[in-house]
Design a protein around this ligand. Structure first.
Ligand code: MN
Length: 414
């Protein structure tokens, strides 16, 4: 129906990224009730108190939000996800429900956001061919940029869930061992090559049991939605420690996520065939239609746009990532987060980390204020935002993942 998505008694402008086409879920408190987390749905410039609305209008499912966190809802499965999204859409669009919920709308500016779910396991992939090729060229000049295994399977590593933090949480520059250029012995020092990685994260709802892989076709039974991820990276610590194993302390000090989890249902219109479609892959990675996603990212450093990475260029889809993650029999749990890897497009202005934007620190980035950057400096603030293609020309907002760098503090000093 034409105009459906702009309709509703709230009259959210049709170009608003948080209209009825989006309806993401999060956890919030207000100043008057600071110790009572409540589940919320973002709508326009407001947050609907979903925990309270459920108690009034859908009591049979209200227990899913009684904690204020999303964990029970994530675990409830796709029938509950669909039922509740339909109900919320109806409440916010039909005049019949205006009286019942109007007093449950909180101005977004008055809502303090919290971690929406307990992050169980955290995995990070490496699904952008442009990112993988650029990294290969930077670290192995003259060699084949793409690792031999890269086209055969989504490459990833298991990270640290305990240090996944909410957008807005300051990130302290880590100390660690590294081998500075031109030195003979490693030093223990603050990272001098602190970087960000703009990524998309996928949130697992329904767990699996050990020994049962998730086929690409069952992706939507297990994954609830998506959020933005900044995989902060200390390149000098990472380079020294990654011989021969993968990322460790260079990554595990902090990972930032956006506060709103956007359901896959809101990303249906953004679906495209990923570049892996039709390529020669193992049968467990073959995807008939695909979960490539037309999502435009924007990265700002201290308010200046430094990159616009296009998610549509990501080679591997999230359905393929989950199929690979579980094909050896490994299980996933409610609250698992797996991220796409740095999103980088083919153009220089589409690179999703400073490693690529400054070509390993050799080409400083000029900012409009006259300053330059090779790596992040103390007090730099990095913000990742994104919008996906929505129905009828709308945009589906994914919110933001924001973080400011704090000066290093020697963790071994007494
Ligand atoms: Mn990463």
């Amino acid at each position: 129906m034409a105009g459906t998505h702009a309709a509703g008694w709230l009259a959210v402008p049709p170009d608003h990224p948080l209209g009825l086409q989006t309806l993401p879920y999060g956890t919030f408190t207000t100043v008057d009730r600071p110790t009572e987390p409540r589940a919320g749905v973002a709508i326009g410039d407001c947050v609907l108190d979903l925990s309270a609305a459920m108690c009034r209008l859908l009591t049979g499912r209200a227990h899913l939000f009684s904690s204020g966190r999303l964990d029970a809802f994530l675990d409830a499965g796709d029938r509950a996800w669909d039922q509740i999204r339909s109900a919320v859409t109806k409440w916010l669009s039909s005049d019949d429900y205006r009286e019942a919920i109007e007093d449950l709308l909180v101005p977004a500016a008055d809502a303090r956001m919290h971690m929406p779910f307990a992050v169980a396991d955290y995995t990070d992939f490496y699904a952008s061919e442009h990112h993988a090729r650029n990294v290969g060229r930077i670290f192995r000049p003259g060699g084949e940029p793409l690792p031999r295994n890269w086209r055969h399977q989504p490459i990833g590593y298991h990270g640290r869930s305990a240090t996944v933090v909410l957008s807005g949480t300051p990130v302290r520059r880590p100390y660690g061992p590294s081998l500075p250029p031109g030195t003979e012995a490693p030093v223990f020092a603050p990272s001098a090559r602190l970087d960000f990685e703009a990524e998309l994260g996928f949130v697992v709802g329904v767990e699996t049991v050990v020994g049962e892989p998730v086929t690409v076709g069952r992706f939507t039974e297990h994954v609830f939605g998506a959020c933005l991820v900044n995989d902060w990276s200390a390149r000098d610590i990472q380079a020294w420690e990654s011989m021969p194993l993968g990322p460790f302390l260079g990554k595990s000090f902090a990972t930032t996520i956006s506060p709103w989890v956007v359901p896959l249902a809101a990303l249906e219109h953004a679906r495209i065939r990923p570049p892996s479609h039709g390529t020669d892959v193992f049968s467990y990675l073959a995807e008939p239609d695909g979960w490539g996603l037309d999502i435009g990212f924007q990265v700002t450093l201290n308010g200046h746009v430094i990159s616009r990475p296009p998610y549509a260029t990501m080679h591997w889809s999230p359905a393929q990532m989950l199929a690979h993650l579980t094909v050896n029999g490994a299980s996933v749990r409610t609250g698992d987060l797996y991220a796409s890897g740095t999103v980088s497009g083919p153009q220089p202005g589409e690179r999703g980390c400073l490693l690529e934007l400054t070509w390993g620190g050799t080409q400083p980035l000029a900012l409009p204020d006259g300053s330059t950057r090779t790596w992040l400096e103390d007090r730099d603030e990095l913000v990742i935002t994104a919008t996906a293609a929505g129905p009828e020309g709308t945009r589906v907002g994914l919110g933001e993942a924001r973080g400011m760098i704090l000066p290093a503090q020697d963790p071994t000093a007494i």
